[in-house]
Design a binder for this molecule. Structure first.
Ligand SMILES: Cc1ncc(COP(=O)(O)O)c(C=O)c1O
Length: 487
């Protein structure tokens, strides 16, 4: 069980006391703790600091902390046992509402919540139905076996290998390992290659679940800041040289959340220190097949083209291009690593579902057609979200990403966590900026996905603007023209 110190929690809570000026301090404190639980910055079953310790760290009275802990317990977000302190947890049925409406947990079935915390589109219905029908026809030939296949179905390994080859990276099926999504793939790679205390170099900001997986492996994330233009080659090279990381984790294709794409020159330059340091590198290609333009010519070559095969492990998924609900992803690496991954997988989940893998094979046959339509839809959504945001919150700034699924806004004030807490009261779920970094960075940032339909995005924008106005009002971070934004 992890114990959270008062100092650590106080830092994660940031400027919590102004989260909602209208409520009493203990409600605001409880709400801010709950937000940290929701977005994963406080793990479940973590032991919260003692009341006196937290009161000292926050500079508030012990009564405030006691009342906040009581409220968290009453609403199902904490529980106490004699001798083991107060621990974080989640309510079994979504929680009660003891604070007169302040707690508005998501419905257990996810209904009535606009999910802008995840960046993933819906399934391409017709193609998925066709793929499902074709896969079901083939299923009987697998039913006489156990259905366990730790490396993945041979036909899917071949289909994935062929797609790499078509993208200019010759690949054999022996170099492919099928996983249940990219997150599962990364967790298995960490389990195989990283030991407690190891250093894992990351882009900063980066994909939050990757940060969590690194921490779960008891490794240390070594952040290298991305600039407004992307990778800072000199800083990256210096970091590789000075910290000698045991592993690097990079998202060079429409980086989540910044949307940056490393072009061929940048890839070549990043590869030099990695080769020199013999640094094993995981390249997360989750968004690589979602270029949206404006067209910049040919897409860059896969990152593995620039670093010796033995040093690069590429992970990918169908989640963003085809459908996240399939839970099909992959790892491309040297055949010797693929063989060692098989031993690791046994303790994770043994093997991926046969039917889903067959559907994946069928979808990959149709991928080029499906992707052409999908990119067009997503481009329309991106442009619609940017237009609506430009009207509602003109002072917020974001680059137009040339691919991927998210906008990374500079919201002008360090209020991201408070804004996310506020917006949740209106049934919209967002991920606060600090989810994408370590040590509380990115409070001035908010990630907004454009993966949902245009009407949903247009519904969400004025609500976000209204919540921002409320937060800005209560914190004094008022921006010009804000009054005009509140309908
Ligand atoms: C960069 C990145 N890696 C991994 C994932 C997880 O993908 P999957 O659904 O395949 O586990 C995501 C999903 O948002 C992502 O953006």
């Amino acid at each position: 069980m992890r114990t959270i110190s008062g100092h650590h929690l106080a830092r994660a809570l940031g400027d919590w006391s102004r989260a909602d000026a209208s409520g009493p301090a203990y409600v605001r404190l409880a709400s801010a703790v709950r937000m940290l639980i929701f977005d994963g910055r406080l793990p479940l079953e973590a032991r919260l600091p003692g009341e006196r310790e937290l009161a000292t760290a926050l500079g508030v009275s012990r009564t405030t902390v006691t009342a906040a802990y009581d409220l968290l317990r009453d609403s199902g977000y904490a529980r106490s046992r004699q001798g083991s302190g107060t621990r974080t947890t989640l309510p079994e049925t979504g929680g009660t509402d003891p604070a007169g409406g302040y707690f508005a947990p998501f419905a257990p079935d996810g209904s009535a919540v606009v999910d802008l915390a995840h960046a993933a589109p819906e399934a391409p219905l017709q193609a998925l139905n066709e793929a499902h029908a074709a896969a079901t026809e083939q299923l009987p030939r697998f039913l006489t076996s156990s259905g366990y296949n730790v490396f993945g179905l041979p036909e899917l390994r071949r289909a994935v290998a062929d797609r790499f080859t078509a993208r200019g990276l010759p690949t054999t099926p022996e170099q492919i390992f099928i996983a249940s999504g990219a997150q599962h793939a990364f967790s298995m790679v960490l389990s195989l290659l990283v030991h407690p205390g190891d250093r894992v170099l990351i882009d900063h900001p980066t994909y939050p679940n990757a940060i969590d997986a690194i921490h779960r492996a008891a490794a240390r994330a070594v952040p290298v800041a991305l600039t407004d233009d992307g990778w800072d080659i000199e800083a990256f090279a210096a970091s590789v040289r000075q910290t000698a990381p045991n592993l690097a984790y990079l998202v060079p294709d429409f980086n989540n959340p910044t949307g940056h794409l490393a072009d061929d020159d940048v890839r070549r330059a990043l590869a030099i220190p990695l080769r020199r340091g013999r640094t094993l590198t995981v390249v997360d290609e989750t968004l690589a097949e979602l270029p949206l333009g404006p067209a910049d010519g040919e897409p860059p070559a896969p990152f593995a083209t620039y670093v010796d095969n033995g040093l690069t492990i590429t992970i990918g998924t169908m989640s963003k291009t085809l459908w996240g609900g399939l839970r099909v992803g992959w790892i491309r690496a040297e055949a010797s690593i693929i063989r060692r991954l098989a031993a690791v997988r046994a303790s994770f989940d043994i093997s991926s579902p046969v039917l889903n893998q067959l559907i994946a094979v069928e979808l990959l046959k149709r991928a080029d057609d499906v992707l052409a339509t999908r990119r067009e839809d997503i481009r329309t959504r991106r442009d619609a979200l940017m237009a609506a945001m430009g009207q509602a919150l003109p002072e917020w700034r974001a680059r137009t990403p040339c691919g991927g699924l998210v906008l990374w806004y500079d919201i002008g004030a360090p209020v991201s966590t408070r804004l996310v807490t506020e917006v949740e009261r209106y049934g919209i779920r967002l991920a606060a900026g600090p989810r994408f970094g370590i040590d509380g960075a990115f409070e001035r940032r908010l990630r907004l996905p454009y993966s949902l339909p245009v009407e949903t995005l247009r519904h969400a924008v004025p609500i976000i603007a209204r919540a921002y106005a409320a937060v800005a009002d209560s914190t004094g971070h008022v921006t010009d023209g804000l009054g005009d934004l509140v309908a």
